[in-house]
Design a protein around this ligand. Structure first.
Ligand code: PEP
Ligand code: MG
Length: 913
């Protein structure tokens, strides 16, 4: 029979699928001998059975009772025992952390009798009644479904009647009265009484937490974080320990290193005389953990020792929740801590230095997405006035947006295309949709481990929290800065999550130091030391951060098998790509060279009435193209440059049909004659008009239909190669034919190209040899790759068109039109134009690679669609054995890093996260 409950002494961190993250780590800490209050975990499997059948799994009740007995035995008292009650907490704990997204119920075991027992043994009536009213409130809302606002209202009313500002001023009698009011509320709302039987409280709480897996907040969070919906949550039942028993008690959150910057040393928040929930809720302002050293040196020393044990054991940044009960330290939770991109790089480098992890593991701990974040600009505050206010730099980055005070407003305005900043006193999990929609989150209360901070960091969203100087009034929709400035809803502010500053208006942006370093090129040894003038605390650390980024990239370059090239069409872009570490150009789109002043020549080519006219236009284009190619080949000297023959439909180079018609009609309406050129142009535009130009006369088809076009481009490339060779360079041009669907198309173009190259070679007197290859961007090309490879010296997958033609999705239309619906309905977790669709498009790529290589074993194969710079897709391209990825110059460092990580993954370097 299936087993659904495990004692903390029975589990371990390798059982996270079954016991969830929290449960498996509690078990691990228990095994390490750390002081963990005893308890047990109900498995994710139990949750899945419950959610799919709607009823408790068979045997769960008995197992629960047996484990409860064991905890009672160890404690020497019973759950809810009237004279000295054992109390329990019931908390969710999924495989992947979902902070605050599911339910928690504390103080289970209290009832009308045991509250008196608790009062006696704790020596505090107030504490006992406060615990009881918390239970009734949490149980009433979470288990029995009463609107939590009802309890809040009753609490506010009582405070008003007593004339006290907050809960701590209510005495035991007040709280006892509140319990009565809450119980009455529950009865009126549900027709049921608050259950007095402790076992029933426990059982119903467990099931309510299972149910909360499918709550709205939890579902939204999972969609965003790409956590599968069918995992279910485990539930942890644990003996309560109390941080609110007086000044020698308290609760805190600790990180073994600073999760924002990576700086070593214990870091966190502490709140004396408080429960853990009070720390995270951000309702009361916490003190830095270092103050605990003064307050309770013994507990602090123990905490330090335990956190060291944990970091050495997990070999990573750990995030810890603890409680001190009458001077005794209890460890309530640990997990691998979420961190900013900056901290991820810094910590990975430090842990490797400390010998805790290998250089390969260090590389596995950072990500291309994180690197991309570090490459974003930050605020240039040199010309800006003083900040409106300071808060805690909870999640780095720079964001500008209009102030909104409510989550639904943030969603509404962001959906309409506006950039917004969500401003609150503190956030709760209900604010999640608004946090996702906003550019940044700003709160006036709460520490760096408050809900706002933790969730924003997890999302990579800019966040400043605990900006106490701001008086935030969400009801009337404004906040007031210490200098008296009033900022109304809708006003634009700038939030600097790295420095913890808030500015009025839109502050301009400046390049990041990491970007400057990367742009300075891989060979510039001094770049790391001169990473720009420090402009503040955070940026002063830039050289250190740059060192960490450099190390990760160097390691990635050493282990990766995939080469990384760039998509670039100008010498400037080519040079930049090279500085970013590109090993060539994987796609030089020639259509961008047909724009601007040259459009006239293209028009002449299209309108030519005779071969001679067309040849004249082509002859005029030739030197211009040659010059383009020579510049790029020079910038990429010694490295391959894949030049693609013209791809888009030619009418893209002609004036707009409607504009032309209007111009002609206007001229006629004025009684004049339209110009002959306009009339010719309109006729050509009408002749060439296509309903679906992306599937029309483009790519290789142009080369077959327009005489002389391929020859002109091939000549320009050949002559540029000859010119560079004569100048002592090492040009390595490759000629790529777009949108091939059949080998015969390629053969025709290839023959024309080779003939021209031979001519150029003999005229110039230098060898001009350029491999000729093709893009694979139509399903038919992938499916007949074996035949195509007979005529192709290389393949480059054009995954933009391949995605378009495999799905039948118009690249230009569908993303705006209906992708949000598809994403909402879970058809795909991300746009297939961003992250490669492995099952469909990926399958075609596999076929193309296998059949291409079978026909021509030395076939060089790359990819040049947008996916070449997407981290997830890079891993796929590594797996299927491509030789290189090509992406925009700015994504080159990201692709280098991910190609390295992909190589490690393939050799199974375990990422301990
Ligand atoms: C592609 O289709 O993936 C590609 C790189 O070509 P383009 O985007 O220019 O069509
Ligand atoms: Mg294409």
């Amino acid at each position: 029979m299936a087993r659904y409950v495990y004692d903390f002494t029975e589990g371990g961190r390798d059982m996270a699928d079954l016991l969830g993250g929290k449960g498996s780590n509690l078990a691990e800490m228990t095994r390490l001998g750390l002081p963990v209050p005893p308890g047990f975990t109900l498995t994710t499997e139990a949750c899945r059975v419950f959610l799919s059948t709607g009823s408790e799994p068979a045997g769960l009740g008995e197992e629960l009772a047996a484990h409860l007995s064991a905890v009672e035995g160890a404690a020497g008292r019973l759950l809810g025992q009237p004279d000295n009650p054992l109390l329990l907490s019931v908390r969710s704990g999924a495989r992947f952390s979902m902070p605050g997204m599911m339910e928690t119920i504390l103080d289970i075991g209290l009832n009308d009798e045991s509250v008196l027992g608790l009062a006696k043994v704790s020596g505090s009536d107030r504490f006992a009644w406060d615990s009881y009213r918390r239970l009734v409130q949490m149980f009433g809302s979470t288990v029995m479904g009463v609107d939590p606002a009802q309890f809040e209202r009753a609490l506010i009313l009582l405070k008003d009647v007593r004339g006290v500002p907050d809960d701590v001023h209510l005495d035991a009698g007040d709280l006892a009265q509140l319990v009565d009011t809450y119980k009455g509320l529950i009865h009126v709302e549900t027709g049921e009484h608050f259950p007095q039987a402790p076992a029933e409280q426990l059982r119903r709480s467990v099931l309510a937490v299972f149910k909360s897996w499918n709550g709205e907040r939890a579902r939204l969070y999972r969609r965003r974080e790409h956590i599968p919906d069918d995992l279910g949550t485990a539930v942890n039942v644990q003996r309560m320990v109390f941080g609110n028993l007086g000044p020698d008690s308290g609760s805190g959150v600790a990180f073994t290193r600073n999760p924002a910057t990576g700086e070593p040393g214990l870091y966190g928040d502490y709140l004396p005389n408080a429960q853990g929930e009070d720390v995270v809720a951000g309702i009361r302002n916490t003190m830095p953990l270092t103050d605990l050293e003064r307050l309770d040196p013994r507990s602090y020393a123990r905490l330090r020792a335990h956190t060291r044990t944990l970091e050495r054991h997990y070999r990573d940044l750990c995030d810890i929740e603890f409680t001190i009960e009458h001077g005794r330290l209890w460890m309530l939770q640990t997990r691998i801590g979420k961190r900013t991109a900056e901290a991820a790089f810094a910590i990975a480098a430090e842990l490797a230095d400390e010998g805790l992890i290998t250089p390969d593991e260090s590389l596995a701990r950072v990500s291309g997405d994180g690197l991309a974040q570090l490459m974003f600009p930050r605020f240039d505050t040199s010309a800006t006035g003083a900040p409106l206010a300071h808060g805690l730099p909870a999640s780095p980055g720079a964001a500008v947006g209009a102030v909104v005070f409510h989550s639904p407003d943030a969603v509404r305005r962001a959906t309409a295309g506006e950039k917004v900043v969500l401003v609150r006193q503190e956030t709760t999990p209900d604010d999640l949709p608004g946090m996702i929609a906003a550019q940044a989150v700003l709160t006036s209360r709460g520490g760096k481990t408050s809900h706002a901070a933790v969730v924003a960091r997890g999302m990579g969203k800019v966040c400043v929290c605990g900006a106490e100087e701001l008086a935030v009034d969400v009801e009337t929709g404004h906040f007031t800065a210490p200098d008296g400035t009033v900022v109304e809803e809708g006003a634009v502010i700038s939030v600097d999550g790295s420095a913890g500053a808030v500015y009025a208006g839109a502050v301009p942006l400046a390049d990041s130091e990491v970007m400057r370093f990367l742009e300075s090129g891989p060979d510039d040894e001094t770049a790391g030391d001169t990473g720009g003038e420090p402009t503040g605390d955070v940026h002063a650390k830039a050289p250190w951060l740059i060192g960490a980024v450099d190390r990760a990239l160097t390691r990635a370059d050493a282990v990766r098998r995939l080469e990384v090239r760039a998509n670039a069409d100008t010498p400037e872009d080519a040079a930049r790509a090279r500085r970013f570490g590109a090993q060539g150009i994987g796609l030089c789109r020639t259509e961008h060279m047909f724009l601007g002043e040259r459009r006239k020549l293209v028009e002449e080519m299209i309108l030519a009435r005779s071969d001679a006219e067309r040849d004249r236009a082509l002859a005029a284009l030739l030197p211009l193209q040659r010059q383009d190619f020579a510049g790029i080949l020079k910038a990429m000297d010694g490295l391959p440059v894949t030049i693609r023959l013209l791809d888009p439909p030619l009418h893209e180079f002609l004036p707009d049909r409607t504009d032309l018609s209007v111009r002609i009609a206007t001229a006629e309406a004025r009684g004049g004659l339209p110009t002959a050129n306009d009339v010719d142009l309109l006729a050509a535009v009408n002749r060439m008009h296509e309903e679906n130009p992306m599937l029309g006369l483009r790519g290789v088809r142009l080369g077959l239909v327009i005489p002389g076009l391929v020859a002109m481009q091939a000549r320009a490339i050949g002559e540029a190669v000859a010119e560079r060779t004569r100048a002592g360079g090492a040009p390595r041009a490759e000629i790529m034919v777009p949108l091939v669907g059949d080998v015969r198309e390629l053969r025709i173009v290839r023959r024309a190209v080779k003939q021209v190259l031979d001519e150029v070679s003999s005229t110039a007197g230098v060898p001009v040899t350029c491999p000729v290859g093709t893009m694979i961007e139509l399903p038919r090309a992938a499916l007949t790759a074996g035949r195509i490879a007979e005529a192709a010296e290389f393949f480059s997958f054009g995954t933009n068109d391949l995605t378009q033609t495999t799905w039948g999705f118009s690249r230009d239309d569908v993303e705006a039109e209906f992708f949000s619906t598809y994403l909402d309905k879970g058809v795909f977790p991300a746009s297939p134009f961003e992250t490669l669709d492995r099952d469909g498009v990926g399958r075609l790529i596999r076929i193309g690679v296998a059949e291409g290589r079978a026909a021509r074993p030395d076939l060089k194969i790359g990819v040049c669609g947008e996916h070449g710079g997407d981290p997830g897709s890079v891993h796929f391209f590594h797996t299927v054995g491509l030789d290189y990825v090509s992406c925009s110059p700015f994504r080159v460092p990201v692709a280098r890093l991910e190609a390295g990580r992909a190589a490690l993954e393939a050799t199974d370097v375990s990422d301990s996260r």
